[in-house]
Ligand binder design. Structure first.
Ligand code: C2E
Ligand code: CA
Ligand code: CA
Length: 856
């Protein structure tokens, strides 16, 4: 296709001065057929083609493959060929080198007329380097502007020279507003210490980039968490010329971190859950300004507002107490199903049917509620976002809620655990009442408040009567049931300002607040009546009773310790006065109580150290003057207090729970004594031991007796037990059983103090007694008093008709003895013969006075 060149090369060289060989631009001369006529040195360098091989060929040889044909004027004559095109619209084109690589050139075409021939010359400049630079720049500016991050280029001092689009988008400043501004002043006004800025500058000057997470502010004041990286740029001479600052929005991640940190920190500091939740809501509402948060707790199947700082109070009050269930708004339903509930538009949402107006009238249009669940899947509460417009949660809100719900669960579970521990520490497990420590704390508060307000209050010390018997008869489950019932009744009968607590065992305390003496009296009598309502324990119906002691603030004490102590003293008095009654404290009682406490301690010691003794008083057969039995009577001589009479220490032993020990001791001691007398050859037919009613509550009594008898080699008939009519009064079912078992052993029972109690004859028939003991008060004065002697006569008849032996006690004179003998009494006992004597003295007395006493 190549044609012969029109001009020989040497002619061409003639046309073109040698200078053209020196220029840096490529020069090609070609004819109207695009045949190359001249190709300078520079062109050789640009294209890689040696001149000899280029001359005479078509210009298309330098064009990319796809373009080559368009240089051929035979295919594209005239204006349609490529050279004409380039002449019309000059622009950079690609040139293909000999080795196939390409470079960018710009061309300048000119007409050269030589000896009538129509020639063209093209000047070629290699523009590859410029094009590459341009492309780089374009990419750079694309990168600079199109990145998500905000990028600032500042002068060495930190004043903005350039800001990218990302910066405008993120912070909202116009270029004109940003230009020249000192970055810290613009993005975090007033938050940088001059020291800190100085330190930053030093680091940058030293060539160290700085990376930090910073809380910055948009133009509109909204906070924004950014990761900021500041890089120093130096010129070739090592001079700091620019700073490149890249800012990335990390608000979302940071929000989670910050929330988490704040809540965990609050939890660790034991901030109350309500406050933690309030704080959390407030933080969340700052980050997500379009939402209103609410945290509800599920309590006993009802919703309870924990925190909802931005919802109207009147709305919160409506929500508080709503039962969890289907279609109870977003939160109630979420708590019910355990699933997230989104009500995009409350007005039309089925879960809000019938109640939507409540929310709508408070300006709440959408509500998205998520259940807060414990580790084991229980719904502890709900967390909700309310919106003022119909709205669905966006991804940011979703992520936020994920984090929050997790934190809420942690906080609520922690609270649960704390409450459990609190309950264990401050509440009585059995009754759920405050225990001693909490009672004291609450009472102290109430007392302080009453002091400020000049009010009175009453402390009631309540002790159940005969609780031990219930425990013994019905076992611990029965006792527990009674305590729970009492606790419930006390709570039912007291108001919200009153305090009810359990001190220990069967002791309860009620603080009536406020309360004067008259009200205290009225209310405590009422309490007694309420406590006395029948209670079914298994098959048996019992009527609980209690003794109540009352102290009144400020009269009887100005702190809980004093008031409680005085109420306790008064309660003892109530017990002493016959139980099931109320007593107010008086200062005389206190003296008694202190004395009693000292005595109680001394008695305990006496029992432990064997300081008690038994004295024996003979009972004489009136008919033949022989010894019938000896009654063992307890004696206590205290080293300091002197002789303490049994009518004093027996009831004390009873109250102090020592009566069981005392009874056992008396039995053991009396039987052992009888055994010794017999060894000594003294004929004592039997010994009579006094037992208290309480001794018969012990189901182990028959065994104890049998064992003692065995140990002392005695027959059951050697022992008589003196019991009083009270034994059946407390209605303890164990008593009768124990009495029968004792009787079955062959031990005789003697009814002591007969005629003083309420006992009816039907009692006597029930009881397996073989002897009646006329109370000594009847004997006193029978010689002179006909009424008295008529009574003793009547009692003798009762004994005879029931075929019981009758014993006259307290016989002080021969006349009395004669009268009683005449009335049918078989046995007599009293000072007429002798008072009770220590064992050796009794032996002497018997040997001396009783002719029939066998002497070995
Ligand atoms: P009790 O069982 O009725 O005992 C008879 C009381 O009358 C004894 O008083 C005795 O010393 C007293 N006494 C005897 N003869 C006469 C007399 O001719 N004239 C007068 N005025 N009194 C006479 P004591 O020893 O002071 O005992 C009082 C009560 O203490 C006893 O009354 C008994 O109920 C109780 N008691 C004594 N020892 C024991 C005991 O070991 N266990 C139990 N549970 N109670 C006991
Ligand atoms: Ca007696
Ligand atoms: Ca008696």
């Amino acid at each position: 296709m190549d044609r012969q060149p029109l001009l020989p090369a040497e002619d061409v060289l003639r046309f073109f001065p040698a200078a053209l060989e020196q220029v840096s631009s490529g020069v090609i001369l070609f004819d109207d057929q695009n045949t190359i006529l001249y190709f300078n040195r520079a062109m050789e360098l640009i294209s890689g083609w040696p001149r000899e091989q280029a001359l005479g060929r078509n210009l298309g040889m330098l064009a990319p493959e796809a373009m080559r044909a368009r240089y051929d004027t035979r295919n594209y004559p005239g204006a349609s060929n490529r050279v004409q095109e380039l002449a019309a619209t000059p622009h950079d084109i690609q040139l293909v080198r000999r080795d196939g690589s390409t470079c960018w050139i710009s061309t300048t075409l000119s007409q050269v007329t030589s000896e009538g021939s129509d020639l063209r010359m093209v000047l070629i400049t290699d523009v590859t380097a410029r094009r590459e630079a341009q492309a780089r720049e374009r990419l750079l500016s694309l990168g600079f502007d199109e990145t998500q991050s905000a990028v600032l280029i500042t002068d060495p001092a930190g004043c903005i020279e350039h800001a990218n689009k990302g910066f405008r988008r993120l912070f909202g400043f116009l270029d004109s507003e940003a230009a020249g501004q000192f970055v810290p002043n613009l993005l975090a006004p007033g938050r940088h210490e001059p020291e800190q800025i100085k330190a930053y500058r030093a680091r940058l000057q030293a060539g160290q980039p700085i990376r930090a997470d910073e809380r910055l502010f948009r133009k509109n004041g909204q906070p924004l968490w950014c990761s900021v990286s500041t890089n120093p740029i130096f010129d070739d001479y090592g001079k700091l010329v620019n700073l490149v600052i890249v800012l990335m929005d990390i608000t979302r991640t940071k929000v989670h971190e910050v929330l988490q940190h704040k809540m965990l920190d609050a939890m660790v500091r034991e901030v109350p859950t309500v406050e933690v939740m309030q704080m959390m809501c407030t933080e969340v509402e700052k980050i997500a300004p379009q939402v209103l948060c609410s945290v509800l707790r599920v309590d006993d199947g009802k919703l309870r507002t924990l925190a909802a700082p931005s919802l109207p109070d009147s709305y919160n009050r409506l929500v508080d107490g709503v039962p969890v269930g289907p279609r109870t708004g977003s939160c109630g339903t979420a708590a019910y199903t355990g699933e997230t509930v989104v009500a995009r538009d409350i007005a039309t949402d089925p879960n809000w049917e019938g109640i939507s107006a409540l929310a709508l009238q408070h300006g709440l249009a959408a509500c998205w509620s998520t259940p807060i669940k414990s580790n084991d899947g229980r719904v502890l509460g709900t967390f909700a976002f309310y919106y003022r417009q119909p709205h669905e949660p966006d991804s940011f809100h979703r992520r936020l809620v994920e984090v929050i719900v997790h934190l809420c669960a942690l906080a609520l579970e922690r609270e649960e655990a704390r409450n459990r521990i609190r309950r264990l520490a401050f509440y009585d497990d059995l009754t759920g009442l405050p225990n001693r420590s909490l009672l004291h704390a609450q009472a102290d508060q109430a007392i302080t408040a009453a002091g400020h307000n000049g009010q009175r209050l009453a402390v009631l010390f309540i002790d159940l009567d005969r609780f031990k018997q219930v425990n013994d008869s019905f076992g611990h489950p029965g006792g527990d049931e009674l305590l729970r019932t009492v606790a419930r009744r006390l709570q039912e009968e007291t108001g919200p300002m009153d305090i009810v607590g359990r001190l220990s065992g069967d002791e309860f305390v009620v603080l009536l607040n406020p309360c004067d003496m008259a009200t205290a009296s009225e209310r405590s009598e009422h309490l007694l009546r309420m406590l006395g309502q029948p209670l079914q324990l298994g098959e048996v119906e019992i009527r609980p009773s209690a003794s109540i002691g009352i102290s009144v603030f400020p009269h009887d004490g100005n702190n809980m310790d004093a008031l409680l102590h005085h109420a306790d003293v008064a309660m003892y008095q109530a017990k002493h006065n016959g139980r099931n009654r109320v007593r107010f404290y008086s200062s005389e009682m206190d003296e008694c109580a202190q004395e009693r406490m000292a005595l109680e301690a001394a008695l305990r010691e006496a029992l432990e150290q064997g300081q008690l003794q038994l004295h024996y008083q003979p009972q004489i057969d009136i008919q033949n003057g022989r010894l019938h039995s000896v009654e063992a009577l307890a004696r206590w001589h205290h080293p300091r207090l002197g002789s303490v009479p049994p009518i004093r220490f027996i009831p004390l032993a009873e109250e102090a729970g020592l009566i069981g020990d005392l009874g056992r001791w008396a039995l053991q001691e009396a039987c052992q004594q009888l055994h010794r007398w017999r060894l000594d050859g003294l004929e004592v037919p039997s010994v009579s031991v006094n037992l208290s009613p309480t001794n018969f509550h012990n189901p182990g009594l028959p065994d104890t007796i049998a064992q003692i008898l065995r140990q002392q080699a005695l027959q059951a008939s050697d022992l008589t037990l003196e019991i009083t009519e009270d034994v059946l009064l407390d209605g303890d079912p164990t008593t009768l059983q124990v009495l029968r078992q004792v009787h079955a052993l062959g031990v005789r029972l003697s009814m002591d103090d007969f005629g003083t109690g309420y006992s009816s004859l039907s009692y006597l028939r029930q009881l397996p007694v073989s002897e009646l003991k006329l109370d000594r008060s009847f004997v006193h004065g029978i010689e002179a008093d006909e009424v008295a002697s008529a009574l003793t006569q009547a009692i003798a008849h009762i004994g005879q008709s029931l075929q019981l032996k009758v014993v006259a006690e307290g016989v002080e004179s021969a006349e009395q003895l004669r009268l009683l003998g005449a009335q049918g009494y078989q046995i007599a006992q009293g000072f007429h013969f002798t008072p009770a004597l220590p064992a050796p003295a009794l032996a002497d007395w018997v040997r001396e006075h009783l002719p029939t006493a066998a002497v070995v």
